[in-house]
Design a protein around this ligand. Sequence first.
Ligand SMILES: [Zn+2]
Length: 429
Amino acid sequence: MLFGIELIKGHKVENVPAKTIRDSEGKILLFSCSQFVEDICQGSCCFICGAASGSNKFNNEHVFPRWLLERYNLFNKTVTLPNGQKHRYGTYIIPCCQDCNSLLGSSIEVPVSQLLKGTYSEIAQAVKEYQDLLFTWLCLLFVKVHLKDKLLRANLDHREEQYMIADTYFWPELHHIHAVARSIYTGATLTNGVIGSLIILPIDDPSTSELFDWMDLTNQQTIAVRIGEVGIVAVLRNASACVVGIRDFVSRIRGPLGTTQLRELGARMAAANADLITKPSFGTVISKELDKFQLWAKYSDELDFSPFNHEKYGQLLAHSLSDRLEHLSINGECGTERVKAMLLTGKVSFILDANGNFRPPANNPVRTVQQSESTGESCSNKGMVVGSGYYANCSNNLLEAIQRSSKLFDSVMDSGAMNQNEVSFSAVA
Ligand SMILES: [Zn+2]
């Protein structure tokens, strides 16, 4: 028997669970949408178990986990917030109850820190087996980053009216992603399609010494993250539709990307998500006996995109690169205003040239020069006006498209061409 179903579709909230569902011991298995918003997003309850802040011992959970900060020496470095302010990673924390903090450490951070260790090839291989773990972790990071924004002032000028960065967020959009993130606590399993578009690919960026980079696009639930020599692009709530829609573009990537290129790929995936006409639905099903507790995805038979809109994509691209405009040049032109204006046209690419061929950062002539900070001299930071953009038409149903697309990338790997310099693709069928 089903007694807990949520359905959040696009920006419209439909049939979200009206009642929070608990087990016989009172543990929250599924938050109602309103309790999620009131207790977690606007209140101060533990974001995993929902305990009130006075009822359990609380401590602080790093938004980006300690192992990551240690591995890449990030404690004193900064992340750029949506308001343009810098925040030190070391103090980029959110409150969490002690029990859940320990659980997150042992159940997800320890295994993910192992999963993301080693060379690109080793990681890409391991991820095939542990996609659920990686995807859950990405959802967890996305949730933490956005919950942190409720604690940060949008405007630091005390003379002006105060509001928080998160005040503009539409929290029900995060309900499903939150359910995935806390599946480590609830034990819910992820069924086909819950894992969104997920691409893992090698990174080699001679223009920067930074080995960690994070970019997210809130409204499109998209992440582009660099972790050492691995880049991950994920759209969290789209049942792999985006990667299928831009698979022709992705298949042209024939080697490692630079960080700017990784962010471009994130913006392209986000644009595909925005242009996907029939959005998948997501939900949770719990049987009365609790022997079935699954997160599910339901998607349309047809995969249909609006025509590629350069301006819409341009806005996503400009936003994705907003903190590195001074490092970029496009058609040889520099300057933040000029670069931003050109990005906004949506006709710029750092990944492909005007003929649609891949532009590897490894061809960069300054590769051997030692650089401590980003100088923008890498080829991967030099954009070109290419003027094209389209989505692959998929008249078959999405599941078939996902399977075909998986095979496409598997065949690249099986052909023996797959090495450190090839892209690996990951989609659940
Ligand atoms: Zn807790």
